[in-house]
Every structure is written in C-alpha cells, then in structure tokens.
Design a protein around this ligand. Sequence first.
Ligand SMILES: *Cc1c(COP(=O)(O)O)cnc(C)c1O
Length: 462
Amino acid sequence: MKVKKIFLPESELPRQWYNILPDLPNPMEPPLHPGTGNPVGPDDLAPIFPMQLIEQEVSQDQYIDIPEEILEKYLIWRPTPLYRAYNLERHLDTPAKIYFKNEGVSPAGSHKPNTALAQAYYNKIAGTKRITTETGAGQWGSALSMCCALFGLECKVFMVKVSYNQKPYRRIMMETWGANCVPSPSPETKAGQAILEKDPDSPGSLGIAISEAVEAAVMDENSKYSLGSVLNHVLLHQTVNGLECEKQLEIAGDYPDVIIGCAGGGSNFAGMALPFVRDKINGKDIDIIAVEPTSCPTMTRGPFAYDFGDTVQMTPLLPMHTLGHSFVPAPIHAGGLRYHGMAPIVSQLLLSDLIRAEAVPQLETFQAGITLARTEGFISAPETDHAVAVAIREAIKAKEEGKEKVILFNWSGHGLVDMAAYEAYIQGKLSDHSLPEEEIHRALGDIEPLPKPQQYRKGTIS
Ligand SMILES: *Cc1c(COP(=O)(O)O)cnc(C)c1O
C-alpha cells in the first residue's frame, strides 16, 4: 500500500531549533533605533521582551536547545503529519509528487502556536505575569491566548475593531482560553484615547493596535509584549516544522526540488524553508518560493530598505523588503498577508538569491483552495491558499516539462473560521485588485528620508 501520511513518533520531535544567522553568506544589517538611528541594543528591547528572547534574536549559535517544558507541550499537536496529495496529483495529471505539511492540526488551527508556546514559556520563567499583543483577524491572538493558558499567564489582546465586530469566532476562542480581548482603538491606553478623541468611530488598524499593546506592556512592570511574526526569534521557533519535514521526507525516500510557503511576515514560510536553505547554502539545488498576494507585493515590487515595522513609526527600523509603512493593502480575505514589510531574514535570503518570490491574485488563490478541498478534503485558510496556488502552478509546470519533481508546501492553517470568505468567493462577490505603480511610489516616498542599508536595492524588481 502507498503511504498517504507520514507521522513521526513523539520520540522524533526535534530537540533543537535551527538558527540560520551564523550560516548566512551575507550578514544581516542591524535594526536601528527610531530616534537616534544607532543600532538597537539589548537594553532598548528589555522593557518589552524577556532577556532570553532578546538573546535568541541576536544569537550566533547554529542550534538552540528547546527546553523540556516546551517539548512536553509541543507534543499536544506535534509532530504534525506530512501528507502526500495523490488525489490532487491525479486531478492535475502531473508527474510531480506533491507533499504538504499540516500545521492546521494545532489547537488554534495554524502554525502560530509554535512560537506562541515558546514566547509564553520564556516570559513565564522571566517572571512576567501578563503578555500583551495585537491581532488583526484573530489568528495570532488566539494562538497566544491558548499558549498563555497552558503556562498560567494572563493574556491581553488588542483586536482591530472592524475585525472584532465582524469576526466574533476568534474572539470567542480567545475568551474560551481565558484571554481579555478588547476592540482597538480602546480607551485603555493613551494611544487609543488619542485616536478615539479625533474619531470615535475609528475602525482601527494593526498599527494602532500595536501601539496600544506596546504601551500597555511598557506601562506595567508585570507585563511584556509579544509579536507573532517577522522577528528572528519567531522564525527560529518555527523551524521545528522544517526539521520535522526533513525527517518525514527521509522516511518517504524523497528530497524536495521545490519548497513553497505563503508569506505575510514570513514566519511559516521560514519555519519550513530555513533548514532546507541551509542545505542549499551547502550546495543542494532547491527552488524555494515565498508567495505573497499581488495586492501586497512586498517582495516582488518593494525595495530592500530600512523601514518601521509598524504604521505609527514606534518600532526600530528593520532592514527588509517593504512597501512603506504607510502602505494600506486592499482588504483581501487573507488578512495575515496584508503586511507592508517582510521578516529581515526572509528579505536577506531574497537579496542573496537563495529564495525567490511569486505573487498571486486573490481569485486564483480561492480557486486553488477549492481544488484542494475537492481533491484532498482539507479547507485551507485564505493565507494558505496562496501556497496551494503556487504548488498547483509548479505541478502544472512539471507536467509541461515532463519532470517528476518533488514539491513540498506548507499548509499553514485551516480555514474553518474563514467560511464567510469562501462564501463570498462561491457567490462570485470577490475580485482581483490591481495595484497601480503610483500608489507604491507614494507609499515609498515616506521612507525616502530614512537611513539606507548598505545592500539597498530599489523596488519593482519584477
Ligand atoms: C498568520 C498566518 C499566516 C501569515 O503569517 P506568516 O508569519 O507569514 O506565516 C499564514 N497562514 C496562516 C494560517 C496564518 O494564520
């Protein structure tokens, strides 16, 4: 009988995360302080992150031990199964073998608990009582709420008000896990009050919610702040997934020719890809593709530059591919991919040609999601559908080239809380958004005065 899904025994759960920083052929440039323009030091970050996470952010150790307490709780959903998509392969009539890693089996339904659990743990042992964060549609907020519950921490989530009102289910998940979730802008912080004074009906934004969560952490000595993507330590924690994939493909007797992940801030893509990027640096030939929406083309049309991580210009300046912190993407359903920047590690890999990027329009992503659902059963998150779409593109390409390639993609999460998006697609109410060059130029104008990285590269590279 053919093997359909490859489970690893619990004893094969990776004991270390993989840190790519010491292996990078071109070193990363440092984040800069938004006020002074000097490189950011550990002391600058100490008010908002526990020291062990700050150390991981800059660590040059190639492997970092996963503490026993985290391993024990990873076992709730890890190792996650790797599936072979035979039915999708037959449907596409492709000679390619398609594998996908199911990160949707975590209790929160996505890859995000891989880092939420680690962040909750390091806060717990540092004496933090409460973690604050922001969330858009609620995927990150729900993952962190669950992991705070597992370690007995309080969790405070500032949820963008328009989503808070339109998407109650993730908020109810957070409340079920014991978190306190408020609509942002809220009257609880100075940042929120200032917005509400000017506009009591403000729908909120991720930028405003970040300001509120950071302020709430800084103002309370028992609180720290937590981020669900972009930063080096977040990507580090996610590598547990790629390390599992390596072992599972070995059991299957295969090695990937193509690796695909969707990228918003870059964490699920990097979590799967980084251990294979290590192989590529050591000479393997792998095509590694980060997929973004055409309506938020950070990597395919944005420059590599220094920019703020948030809209309100509070965070350090990060060296990354960016569309400018004032860029507001069209309201596509893949909310987790509507971010103006990209993880500095992922940006650096793109700059070094170790990975490449592809952009996909919204309708193609939902078409791909429906194809996957009708062949393999699983209903993906709208973000995940971007990876599915490029896996299908690559399988069709393999057929045209007559090549028996091995394609591996990360199934970052299920879409069972996103059914309204599928309804809109099925009823023909969705459209593709074109993004005029002028809008990108406008938003990039705002980062012109900022310092430039040494490896500065202008935008619209494809
Ligand atoms: C949040 C999210 C993403 C995007 O975030 P990354 O940091 O780029 O991984 C992708 N897929 C799912 C299911 C998500 O919840």
